[in-house]
Ligand binder design. Structure first.
Ligand code: PMP
Length: 421
């Protein structure tokens, strides 16, 4: 009965998915660029911020600014409460068991570097150990492990992907050995858009007693990510890709694992006692949050989560999928276009090349029409090599984008092609 009531309450509480109303929440969407209405299709790089997030930042600095945890005065208590409330919001958002499993970081990259720098010190990674990653990883899930390899000679084993940009699961299984000490996998590819079979990947690793780290940088804004349901051991994401501020992110880790890791950085707020001879450390999460953290960033992230919680995530996913299908069909009508990343299960990201036109030219020319897409390797150079392209153009959609914007984009693409023909 309680369960049912709860569900009913939630359903009643969801905000109607009205795209015109949603767009009004994001002030930047009504600005012009180069004399044309902005069409912002660079959401995989960073998302735009709703008014509530922007206002929370100003409000904090105007009325609540103080350092946290260390003061007994009114403002310090307010700031501390806000900061810790945001941790609770993150906890609920990804459904972790406890708020102490939520570590605030600078972002996805910072979270992975934290793990790379602490796991080996806890002997969770040793000389000769292997880490399994995939061919579609962002550099943030490649380079930190390579840097670690300078000291520890860690071997990266890479799961190949098929031509559609999907992980080849049989190859994954073959890579697992007694030397595998971590599987570190991107949930949703920022370049290909592929949504990986994360649960299956985790279950296979766990069958072999291997912990799993999930790079959820692109996943959290497109679908519900539940760490208990996935049973992942670690998960990282960035606030700025979730309609929150830059410079704030999250590392989730199971408490038993985080407890085994030594501190990443030393300094204030992470200690219990300090003498010149010896220091003792705070429990998690404080142990990993040395120094004054990004207080306003975490508050902004909490507000972004609160904003998103107004919506039914299924509505967001459905709408984005519709946009993806619409744009994909329109793009495929254009001669000479090749879409890189055609997985069956895809987020709203389209990477493409056009015969005879460099992606940089596409990006630069359509920018004159106020259209923001990204061109380059998207911090995934191994993917570029896999598909034998120097770069791609990439349009990535958020739930505030529209089919009308897709039409403007397609028209601009036609214009570019005409210029080069
Ligand atoms: N992983 C993925 C899949 C990403 O898309 C990104 C950002 N493009 C990152 C990691 C790195 O995120 P950040 O730069 O916010 O640390």
């Amino acid at each position: 009965m309680i369960q049912k009531l709860k569900i009913e309450n939630r359903v009643i509480g969801f905000r109607k998915f009205d795209i015109n109303e949603i767009r009004k929440d994001f002030p930047i969407l009504s600005r012009e660029v180069n004399g044309k209405p902005l069409v912002y299709f660079d959401n995989a790089a960073t998302t735009q911020k709703p008014n509530v997030v922007i206002d929370s930042i100003g409000h904090y600095y105007r009325y609540e600014n103080a350092n946290i945890h260390r003061g007994l005065h009114f403002l310090s208590e307010v700031a501390t409460e806000q900061y810790e409330n945001s941790r609770l919001k993150v906890k609920e958002f990804i459904n972790s068991m406890s708020a102490s499993e939520i570590i605030f970081t600078k972002g996805t990259t910072d979270g992975i570097n934290l793990l790379a720098n602490t796991m080996w010190r806890a002997n969770m990674l040793n000389e000769g150990d292997e880490i399994i990653i995939s061919h579609m990883e962002h550099h943030a899930n490649i380079v930190p492990w390579q840097l670690l390899g300078d000291r520890k000679k860690i071997v990266l084993k890479v799961i190949p992907i098929n031509d559609d940009g999907e992980i080849i699961m049989d190859e994954y299984k073959k890579l697992i050995s007694s030397k595998t000490k971590l599987v570190s996998i991107v949930h949703t590819s920022n370049t290909l858009g592929t949504i990986n079979p994360i649960k299956e990947i985790i279950d296979i690793a766990h069958d072999n007693k291997i912990p799993v780290l999930i790079d959820a940088a692109q996943a959290v804004s497109h679908q519900k990510v539940d760490v208990q349901e996935l049973d992942c051991d670690f998960l990282v994401f960035s606030g700025h890709k979730l309609f929150g501020p830059t410079g704030i992110g999250v590392l989730y880790g199971k408490a038993e694992l985080l407890n085994k890791l030594p501190p990443y950085q030393g300094g204030g707020d992470m200690i219990r006692t300090v003498t010149f001879e010896e220091t003792t450390f705070e429990d998690i999460p404080n142990k990993f949050e040395a120094g004054t953290p990004n207080i306003v960033g975490s508050i902004g992230l909490g507000v972004a989560i609160k904003y998103l919680n107004m919506f039914n995530f299924n509505d967001i996913a459905e709408y984005e999928n519709e946009l993806l299908q619409y744009a994909t069909n329109k793009i495929l009508e254009i001669n000479g276009i090749r879409i890189i990343g055609t997985a069956k299960n895809k987020a709203s990201v389209i990477s493409f090349t056009v015969d005879g036109i460099h992606p940089y030219d596409i990006g630069t020319i359509i920018d004159t029409d106020g259209i923001a897409i990204r061109t380059g390797h998207h911090c995934t150079q191994p993917i570029m090599k896999r598909y034998n392209v120097p770069a791609t153009a990439r349009a990535s959609f958020a739930f505030y984008n529209t089919k009308e914007e897709v039409d403007v984009f397609i028209k601009a693409l036609h214009k570019v092609i005409k210029m080069f023909s």
